[in-house]
Design a protein around this ligand. Structure first.
Ligand code: ASP
Length: 337
């Protein structure tokens, strides 16, 4: 169920789930009056998420977690803070929440460890930062942000990334901090059955935002997929694959089967279609996800354009998702809501 105030119904009608590939409005048709003062859109992973498989208690817990993340990011935007700070603020509570496959609650690798990936991008200057395969940074998105702000580089990987995080004073934890019983059981099952189900990789989190100055930003963070080989890197830390932001064009955060999202360069493909072909973010995202599906992959994205128009687009059976702006908040989980 989409949860938001009635006052915001008009906005719900312009920014809606497009797993059904509804035609989106063309970029450029948003009047000044329709532009939100600010807006934040988040996801908590896409996959086979069916109402019959989710208890009411668990559904309520996911909804509450999405609302907490939305409120954390909105607090930044309401105060005139930047889109970059807002996406970071929205992602942190989801990294800390064991419901999601990011930070505490991340999936296990085949070696029964956690290797975390994160990326962040600022649309104003297309500055970006990312970390891949970190094992000790409590909040990988903060490490990605530090790479962007405090290094001359865009990406650090492995032990060097953990060392960089330590150097800039971020909180480090034992790798076991990320453990949860549910993820351990999933690892045992995957190793026993030698196959992953969809839930073994969903739960990646991400956010896109537009701030009061019209700046866009995007962030994505994940534990990857259950029983991944040590050293496997997915799309989440790759600028242009899972994360992209370019002012006046669009911002994207993706979740799904990373190998396919990398090959389609999903996030950059969407933004390029918007910029060069003049497509709406919804149409561009649908096109990129169609390419993912053609190759055999699935997943979804949250996208927002330079006028603050947003879409949730996914080709999976559900995606944890939500939006907040000055008019209100909405969250949804299942394919049809
Ligand atoms: N994209 C992530 C990865 O491949 C997983 C996910 O989003 O479900 O590592």
């Amino acid at each position: 169920m989409l949860r938001r105030s009635l006052a915001a119904l008009a906005i719900v009608l312009t920014g809606c789930a497009t797993s059904l590939a509804e035609p989106a409005e063309e970029v450029g048709m948003v009047s000044e009056a329709d532009r939100p003062e600010w807006r934040l859109v988040i996801h908590g992973g896409a996959g086979v998420i069916l109402r019959e498989n989710l208890t009411p208690e668990r559904e309520a817990a996911y909804t509450a977690a999405l609302e907490t993340a939305l409120e954390a990011g909105a607090a930044v935007l309401r105060d005139g803070g930047s889109a970059v700070d807002a996406v970071q603020a929205a992602v942190i509570p989801m990294e800390d929440d064991p419901l999601f496959n990011a930070g505490h609650g991340a999936v296990f690798t085949a070696a029964a460890e956690h290797e975390l990936d994160a990326s962040i991008m600022s649309g104003a200057d297309r500055d970006a930062g990312a970390v891949a395969g970190v094992k000790r940074v409590k909040n990988p998105i903060l490490a990605a942000r530090a790479v962007m702000d405090q290094s001359e580089h865009v990406m650090f990987a492995g032990s060097g990334a953990d060392a960089f995080a330590e150097l800039v004073g971020l909180e480090l934890v034992e790798n076991s901090y990320f453990d949860t019983e549910g993820r351990r059981l999933s690892l045992e099952r995957v190793l026993r059955e030698r196959s992953r189900n969809d839930a073994d990789r969903h739960g990646t989190v991400g956010a896109v935002a537009i701030d009061q100055d019209g700046n866009l930003a995007a962030a994505t963070t994940t534990g990857g997929m259950t029983a991944k080989a040590a050293g496997r890197i997915g799309d989440s830390p790759l600028i242009g694959a899972a994360t992209y932001a370019q002012n006046s064009v669009c911002a994207v955060s993706a979740t799904g089967h990373g190998e396919y999202f990398i090959r389609v360069a999903v996030a950059k493909t969407i933004c390029s279609r918007v910029e060069l072909a003049g497509e709406s973010v919804g149409a561009a995202a649908q096109s990129a996800l169609d390419q993912v599906a053609d190759l055999g992959g699935d997943g979804g994205v949250v996208v927002i354009d330079g006028d603050g128009r947003y879409e949730y687009v996914f080709n999976s059976k559900g995606m944890y998702r939500g939006m907040i702006d000055p008019e209100g908040m909405e969250t949804a989980i299942f394919e049809q809501e």
